[in-house]
Write a protein that binds this ligand. Sequence first.
Ligand code: UDX
Ligand code: UDX
Length: 465
Amino acid sequence: MAGTGNFSMNIICIGAGYVGGPTMAMIAAKCPQYKVTVVDINADRIAAWNSDKLPIYEPGLDEVVKSALGRNLFFSTKIAEAIDEAKVIFVSVNTPTKTFGEGAGKAADLQYWEKTARDIIKASNSDKIIVEKSTLPVRTAHAMERILNANDKGIHFEVLSNPEFLAEGTAVEDLKKPDRVLIGSQLTEKGLAARQVLVDIYANWVPKENILTSNVWSAELSKLVANAFLAQRISSINSISQLCECTEANVSEVAKAIGMDSRIGPRFLNASVGFGGSCFKKDILNLVYICEGYGLHDVARYWESVVAMNEFQKKRFVRNMIRVMFNTIAGKRIALFGFAFKADTGDTRESPAIDVTMQLAAEHANVVITDPQALDNAAKDLQGCGDCTKYVTFENNPYEAAKGAHALAIMTEWNEYKTLDYERIYKSMEKPAFIFDGRNILDHQRLYEIGFNVYPLGKECWKHF
Ligand code: UDX
Ligand code: UDX
């Protein structure tokens, strides 16, 4: 690896995942004066970043990576070498929910973070700024600073918190024009100096007024709270979707009416089969765990209910399918349209489609899964589900998936599902044919006119009997 050469600064990122890869690609694209290196222990992932087929699907990402790759953006497995050369080290390794021991099922598993901190100490020969990009429990920076600064080389590490708020599917746009960049630091002289270095990096393309600074703990906590608030809106509207079904109110009309109140705002009010993604559930459970740690049991219960409502919504969706389809779906072909946790991504982590598939398979339905980007991940997700795999098949073409099916269920709001030829689909299906729209994206009246029995979420159903 070349040294700093003509570059004004060496920046690296440890962890070439959904967060680290796109974020660093954007910094490199916007700041040709810096050398940006992304390292990862996973050699396959690094090879993919260096190839024509990136390891993640994200609209617009190919162009951003291409514009800088080999110029000032590098992907490498030489972690120690990169650490040694760097002035600023972003850490974006995964922090999954702990599956073992104290706090299992709720606390964040910090083993990769701590291991990374120790790798950093080992490979460093000069002072460095460490930037937490991974979502971490509040006060992790403190622990990290203690581990890092216990080194016996006389090196000073300053830890900043710079949580990433990008959403998948819109990562490139979110990085180009972030609502805000949040940088938390210690309020000491060294802390403020380090913070300025990071502010200056972002100021290359983000307007100054959108770069927010705070103390480290506020920055760490803000990330968890932002995700908790977003998820809470979805659970709130999902809870109302059930009430709408009982009262002939229409959840989209309710969402529109409340969303026009500028205090509430219109976004994140789409009722759905449930929220998914790698962050919402993990971060809320983490928040719950932290609250419990401080003895705030009522606060913990409040946030826990957001996750509980989400679990309920997924169960309710399948229960409704079974009830409507004459209380048995055993042996019936059911096509799931979409498996990604949301549109425009191939990511399936915590996708509601996983739970729905498992529940349908437990009822011995023949589940056919189709998705334009997520079939590889879907197959991986379902590998570990034992018996259920014998009830599941995968199909690239939605028309083929629907052939001979008793029901279709929309799991992901892919645009292409809105414009399929539903007359053709209807003709190829068993009758009576059902559609369960878990995202409320289809034209329900038109589908009814074609002959379908249509079950939206939070709205009256359209049925022929
Ligand atoms: C992850 C977390 O899920 C999220 O909470 C956090 O905010 C940022 O990090 P993501 O980028 O989506 O987000 O994770 P993932 O795609 O799993 O990428 C993490 C990468 O770190 C993987 O490529 C993994 O190989 C790498 N890694 C992990 C290391 O390089 N070293 C380690 O010790 C552990
Ligand atoms: C989220 C946050 O938005 C982002 O700021 C943070 O950095 C990471 O976590 P992401 O998980 O990529 O991003 O997707 P997001 O768009 O927030 O959607 C999460 C889930 O909520 C998806 O399953 C989506 O389909 C669902 N959703 C979203 C709804 O069900 N209804 C809505 O109105 C909005």
